[in-house]
Design a protein around this ligand. Structure first.
Ligand code: GLU
Length: 321
């Protein structure tokens, strides 16, 4: 059977150089190996979704020379599919209603924090409510739905990051699969969509590595274990302060460079460096997709977080520093 990967931008902001590098690596792996590429817009996070950001992401990807074979599909159109999956997990005893407020979760004395900074839910509501109505009656609040994580160790091997091990209850805890407003949470939507699209390869930033055990647990609980994809998590691009590339590091949106007349080949040259692609030991001044397709190797991608420096910015803008 052939392989499929997906490009899944979240239209909560514009694509910046860091996202662009992840999408580029995903695309290069796919085109080098003959995988199908599908484009999915992860637009479930209503309040944070910015109007027009989905089209801007599509334009930015195309400007770089990235293409896809199917899509775009939009998560916001799939409410009933996600709801059916949540009902199934509730029915089969994998999930439960939770009417704790965010504040209650944060301040639960026993709640440690997961490595990704989220409070680990101490399981307060587990086993308390049989139905949604019971949960509402007890608190007056409409409940969220959480996946019940059994305790134990969880191991998986990432294609790039190598073997990883998690203590499920202590590091992850029971996680939300449906928010109290009825929308599906990221973990659930991604699994349902990837399974339905036949995605066999997930390539993304390593800020999502802790989502992987959660997502694999969901595949199993939804009877989709046969479809668990291979995972490749890549180190993020950081600013000079060592923090994940963000607004405070300047305007690194692709659209902004494009507007200033920076050619795509110049942006690709910087991304090439960040992908470990050089020529005769030197950084490229300009790069084409053909060059990248010929020379990219996943095992040459730098393993440590890569720093976006002011020299990189100056390089893109066309002057030496
Ligand atoms: N849309 C998600 C993001 O931009 C990616 C989801 C995923 O790769 O699982 O962070």
């Amino acid at each position: 059977m052939g392989h499929t990967t997906r490009l899944a931008p979240s239209p909560t902001g514009a694509l910046h150089l860091g996202n662009a590098r992840t999408f580029l690596i995903n695309w290069l792996c796919a085109r080098q190996s003959g995988w199908k590429v599908t484009l999915r817009v992860d637009d479930l996070d209503g309040p944070r979704t910015k109007p027009g950001a989905d089209q801007a992401a599509i334009d930015d990807l195309q400007w770089l020379g990235i293409d896809w074979d199917s899509g775009p599909t939009r998560q916001s159109t799939r409410t009933s599919v996600y709801a059916a999956a949540v009902e199934m997990l509730l029915r089969d005893g994998f999930a439960y209603y939770c009417n704790c407020t965010r504040k209650e979760v944060e301040s639960a004395a026993s709640a440690p924090h997961a490595d990704d900074g989220a409070a680990v839910y101490p399981g307060t509501c587990r086993g308390l409510y049989r139905t949604r109505a019971d949960a509402i009656a007890a608190s007056g609040r409409v409940p969220a739905v959480r996946f019940a994580v059994r305790d134990g160790r969880f191991d998986f091997t990432d294609n790039f990051a190598g073997p990883r091990s998690f203590q499920l209850a202590r590091q992850l805890g029971d996680f939300v699969i449906q928010k109290s407003d009825g929308t599906a949470a990221y973990q659930l939507a991604v699994v349902v969509d990837d399974a339905e699209a036949g995605v066999t390869q997930v390539i993304r930033g390593d800020d999502l590595i802790e989502s992987t055990p959660r997502q694999i647990l969901l595949y199993r609980a939804l009877n989709l274990a046969q479809q668990i994809p291979a995972y490749t998590h890549l180190p993020l691009i950081v600013g000079e302060d060592g923090k994940r590339l963000a607004k405070r590091h300047g305007d690194t949106r692709l659209g902004e460079y494009r507007k200033r007349g920076v050619p795509a080949e110049r942006v690709l040259a910087l991304l090439a460096k960040w992908c470990g692609v050089r020529s005769a030991g030197k950084d490229l001044e300009s790069a084409s997709m053909q060059k990248l397709l010929a020379d990219f190797r996943l095992d040459r991608v730098p393993r440590a977080p890569i720093t976006f420096t002011r020299h990189d910015d100056a390089f893109l803008r066309g002057y030496r520093s």
